[in-house]
Write a protein that binds this ligand. Structure first.
Ligand SMILES: Nc1ncnc2c1ncn2[C@@H]1O[C@H](COP(=O)(O)OP(=O)(O)OP(=O)(O)O)[C@@H](O)[C@H]1O
Ligand SMILES: [Mg+2]
Length: 568
């Protein structure tokens, strides 16, 4: 029956391959073929229920390398650039990217994608910038700088770079790195990161026929772990970065340090908008700015170019979402490695702690090797969910995901990434009349369900989309109504609103007709981050200079007409 369907061209060669166990479901572009496949799978289901010859198992994820036929047609030359932080790994890979006729850079953060696009364009290599929330196309560009989730695994490139490759072991985002590693169809593939990823990458690529070479790097400038702790805050000096792991602690430290009137602190933490993080970092880096000390979370671990002289850990413990635990070796090295960046104002980096009790852990970790990565993240593609849903009509996405998590067959080198957040989104969506594809799309959006405002935003968008097919955005920040937050609670709310606006922009790139107000969302988002930055400046011990305030007012006015900032 199935072969009859194939001969009659009802089944495409790809589907035929899958049913024969030869090809992988990712060969299908199900998004475009859903109608046709509905018919096919009804037929296949009827067929499989009566025949034992068909062995296709949708939960079999043991051969993920076969999901990427374009890459498998190439024999890729893979170079692993590994070494400590600040050793020139990314620089080495980018040099190859710049020299190639076409290429793609895949980074773990928008900040890194921005930096690389800027660098290539400056070097007269036209480069597009593509992240989940933005698409800046440059005329004649044959290069792209993207966030790893946006890696295009269907086009061919001469050269591809994946930065921070050790993140393929990340519990939540690992699968995006695995997808890029297995799927990028490039003649040369450059992977940058920690040496801990080498054995795993070599193992994963044994089955792909790629040629793998390892290039080791040494740190370009020294990093000195100090024998003495910081002691009192009066010992803080220009160029210091104090690291803390909660928003509350960050603001507390900022207040303590600024109390004496000697320093002003920039702050960087994960839930600040990325553009705010960049601007805070720029102020800290700028020798002419009054902000000469940085207080930061581990969000500085990747992605920002900082002129840090000394890293000071305020604690060696952090809450990881489940429990309070000690920092692990890779975290300590990654954060400490930000001091004394090669080519910066401080050629020698130093690292210490506020408390003497924390020094032994710092010293024992700083030169210790990171534990070898054993497994890479994997997550079923939409195609597999779709096929399973055809076999179990009526099951919601949450159930399907749970089924895969419990029953997926994996080889020893892989684990299924943590999908707790996705399950929470799916639980909301399953109550709405949405197609499986739409539900999957919303699930993949950058939505943190633990943030109540963000979770409400997603629910509202999905509800309106399901009911009306179109989602308009209401202007939140209107001229004359702009309020710089006066309390930390209001500030936190603003950070969440920024994420909701970001989510709208993300959806507008995927459901263009249904989310038509992208420009408004983007300009509202910009106003939101400006209010956030105004709050950060007002926390300082002295008034921002008159010039700075005027500049800020004029750029806000350009965005939203007449604007009234709250008087200080
Ligand atoms: N050969 C070089 N010539 C000039 N500058 C360099 C060279 N190598 C590295 N750099 C500069 O040194 C800094 C650190 O390099 P890079 O970012 O490549 O390090 P990395 O090993 O990737 O660090 P990390 O692990 O933190 O990502 C960057 O500012 C980079 O531009
Ligand atoms: Mg790097």
């Amino acid at each position: 029956m199935v072969s009859w369907l194939f001969r009659r061209r009802v089944l495409s060669p790809a589907v035929w391959g899958i049913l024969q166990g030869k090809k992988d479901p990712s060969w299908l572009q199900l998004e475009q073929k859903t109608g046709c496949l509905n018919r096919v799978f009804v037929t296949v289901r009827q067929h499989t229920s009566t025949s034992r010859s068909n062995k296709f198992d949708v939960t079999d994820l043991t051969r993920p390398h076969t999901w990427y036929p374009t890459a498998r047609r190439k024999s890729r030359k893979v170079v692993l650039h590994v070494g400590p932080t600040n050793s020139g790994k990314t620089h080495g890979a980018l040099k190859q990217l710049q020299l190639s006729s076409s290429g793609i850079y895949c980074g773990p953060l928008r900040l890194l994608a921005w930096e690389v696009a800027k660098r290539l364009n400056k070097a007269k290599v036209p480069c597009d910038l593509i992240t989940g929330q933005e698409k800046d196309e440059v005329e004649g560009a044959k290069h792209k700088s993207v966030t790893v989730e946006m890696a295009d695994v269907t086009s061919e490139y001469h050269c591809a770079v994946i930065d921070e490759i050790q993140m393929l072991g990340c519990m939540t985002r690992g699968y995006s790195f695995t997808r890029a590693l297995l799927g990028l169809a490039a003649d040369e593939l450059h992977l940058c990161g920690d040496a801990a990823a080498v054995p795993l990458v070599q193992e994963l690529l044994k089955v792909t026929g790629d040629v793998v070479k390892v290039q080791y790097y040494d740190r370009l400038s020294p990093l000195v772990p100090l024998k003495v702790p910081l002691g009192p805050f009066k010992n803080i000096r220009t160029g210091d970065c104090i690291v803390a792991f909660s928003r509350y602690e960050i603001y507390k430290l900022k207040r303590y340090i600024e109390k004496d009137g000697k320093h002003l602190c920039s702050v960087v933490y994960g839930s600040l908008p990325p553009e705010t993080r960049t601007r805070q970092a720029t102020m800290f880096n700028d020798v002419n700015s009054e902000f000469d000390v940085l207080v930061s979370s581990d969000a500085i671990g990747m992605g920002l170019n900082l002129n840090i002289s000394r890293i000071i850990f305020s604690t060696m413990k952090k809450f990881d979402g489940i429990e309070m635990r000690e920092l692990i070796v890779p975290e300590i090295k990654q954060i400490a490695g930000r001091a004394g960046r090669y080519g910066s104002k401080y050629p020698v980096g130093e690292v210490t702690c506020i408390h003497a009790d924390d020094l032994p852990l710092l010293h024992s970790s700083i030169n210790a090797p990171s534990p070898i990565l054993e497994r890479a993240g994997l997550f079923p593609t939409f195609d597999l969910f779709f096929m399973y849903s055809r076999l179990r009509p009526g099951y919601g996405l949450q159930h399907i995901m749970e089924y895969f998590v419990e029953n997926a067959k994996l080889s020893d080198n892989y684990f299924i990434t943590d999908c707790e957040n996705l399950l929470k989104i799916a639980a909301v969506l399953d109550h709405l009349p949405l197609s499986l594809h739409d539900k999957y799309l919303f699930c993949m959006s950058p939505t943190e369900m633990d943030d109540e405002i963000v979770s409400q935003g997603l629910t509202q968008f999905a509800q309106n989309y399901a009911e009306r097919g179109i989602v308009h955005l209401r202007e939140i920040f209107t001229p004359g109504m702009l309020q710089v937050p006066e309390t930390h609670t209001k500030m936190k709310e603003l950070e969440s609103i920024h994420k909701v606006l970001d989510l709208y922009v993300w959806l507008s790139y995927r459901l263009e007709d249904a989310f038509p107000d992208r420009d408004m969302a983007a300009s509202q988002r910009e106003i939101c981050s400006m209010l956030i930055e105004e709050f950060l400046e007002r926390l300082g011990w002295q008034k921002p200079s008159h010039r700075k305030l005027l500049l800020r007012r004029s750029s806000m006015s350009q965005l939203s007409g007449e604007v009234q900032l709250n008087p200080r």
